[in-house]
Design a protein. Structure first.
Length: 385
């Protein structure tokens, strides 16, 4: 298609066209009825902004900090599983695009490229996301590997003790690498660019966890592997133990309730991420943006509050900041860019978001993203309606 890419939805459509069905669906689905996944996006439209005019809009800046680290704009790439299946070497390409844009990249435990793959093929420190597994010696090793690779923050995910079912993954028989069934061969035949790139790389399995467990190649074994390996008994003592072993910047991901947010603040972590795992875990949970204000109020300045879920534009970022977030994460938005065009597609996604954020901030009468407050909102958003 020759249509110009102007927004994240354009990248989504291109990714849907270019990425094999099972991997596109994996990224683009929520759990069960997907109501929380949809609410993450649609609740942003309930937030209305005050338009201001005749204020000096010159010399604007989007620079800020997240977890104490300087960022060119308050947007980080979220940890996303199977990133290297949206595009060959996807984790490396996304990390490079993030570094060029001056924003953090977060590598998922469930990534195709390993911590070492990304470290060896990029030149800026990245963040590492950790799942708590029953095998504590294994997670200790992952922490040590992340330290050795120079990762500058650990993002500890707390909302995947057990897995929320995603129906499409089961229907598609999701597997990595994909099984060569007649249906998959037919589908992949329509994605020659994806196939060629995938044939050129050796990184086609979960390289962070290779060696720890064998037989993690398809969804049924992966979800039973998750059930066997991820720790349903995870508790705040584990969080404190991991904090002490890591010793660096710690960000707790998956907080949706003010009481849990207070517990997170008490661990002394540097930041928390208000998140419902992109609507992929508790279907029926409130959207991240709706959860944000009460969490900000509950923790005050005891811990930095970040958020993810539903961000598809720079305007969404500004709205999240207005409701009290210090910074945001994008997941699907960058995956669409990756599937659409590899590193260039992720760069395009970040540039779309940067421009929209800048224009929105200016039209709200501000020149410095760090000065965004609830003052730019036209009334209190009604998330219940
Ligand atoms: C079957 C995949 O965060 C996701 C990821 C990784 C989950 C691991 C199990 O899919 O939400």
């Amino acid at each position: 298609t020759d249509r110009p890419v102007t927004c994240i939805e354009d990248l989504r459509q291109l990714a849907e066209w270019r990425v094999p069905r099972m991997f596109y669906d994996y990224a683009d689905s929520g759990s069960y009825t997907e109501q929380t996944y949809r609410a993450n996006e649609s609740d942003f439209a309930r937030i209305k902004l005050r338009q201001r005019v005749a204020v000096d809009m010159t010399n604007r800046t989007l620079a800020s900090t997240m977890a104490g680290q300087p960022v060119a704009m308050p947007v980080a790439l979220a940890p996303t599983g199977l990133t290297g299946m949206q595009h060959a070497d996807g984790e490396i390409l996304a990390a490079r695009a993030a570094a060029k844009a001056g924003v953090p990249f977060t590598l998922s435990t469930m990534s195709i490229c390993s911590i070492e793959d990304v470290a060896e093929n990029t030149d800026k420190p990245f963040w590492f996301q950790l799942y708590v597994m029953r095998d504590r010696a294994f997670i200790d090793k992952l922490i040590d590997r992340a330290k050795a690779a120079g990762c500058s923050a650990l993002v500890l995910t707390l909302d995947l003790q057990i897995l929320g079912q995603r129906h499409k993954d089961i229907r598609n028989g999701l597997s990595t690498p994909p099984k060569l069934t007649p249906r998959n061969i037919l589908n992949m035949a329509t994605k020659p660019r994806w196939c060629l790139n995938m044939l050129r790389t050796e990184r086609r399995t979960f390289r962070n966890i290779v060696g720890h467990a064998s037989g993690v190649s398809n969804l049924s074994s992966l979800s039973s592997w998750t059930a066997e390996q991820f720790d349903p008994a995870l508790n705040w003592d584990d969080v404190r133990r991991i904090r002490d072993r890591w010793g660096g910047k710690l960000i707790l991901k998956g907080i949706l309730d003010p009481e849990d947010a207070v517990m997170a603040a008490e661990t002394g972590a540097d930041a928390l991420i208000v998140s419902n795992h992109g609507g992929r875990q508790l279907d029926g949970a409130i959207s991240s943006i709706a959860a944000l204000p009460a969490i900000v109020e509950a923790v005050g300045d005891r811990i930095e509050v970040l958020m993810d879920g539903g961000i598809r534009s720079g305007q969404d970022v500004v709205k999240a900041l207005a409701l009290g977030a210090k910074g945001t994460f994008i997941g699907r938005a960058f995956l669409y860019g990756l599937g659409a065009g590899g590193e260039a597609g992720v760069s395009q996604c970040l540039e779309i978001i940067r421009k929209e954020m800048d224009v929105t901030m200016a039209m709200c009468g501000l020149r410095d993203i760090r000065t965004v407050t609830g003052n730019i909102l036209a009334g209190k958003p009604d998330f219940a309606g």
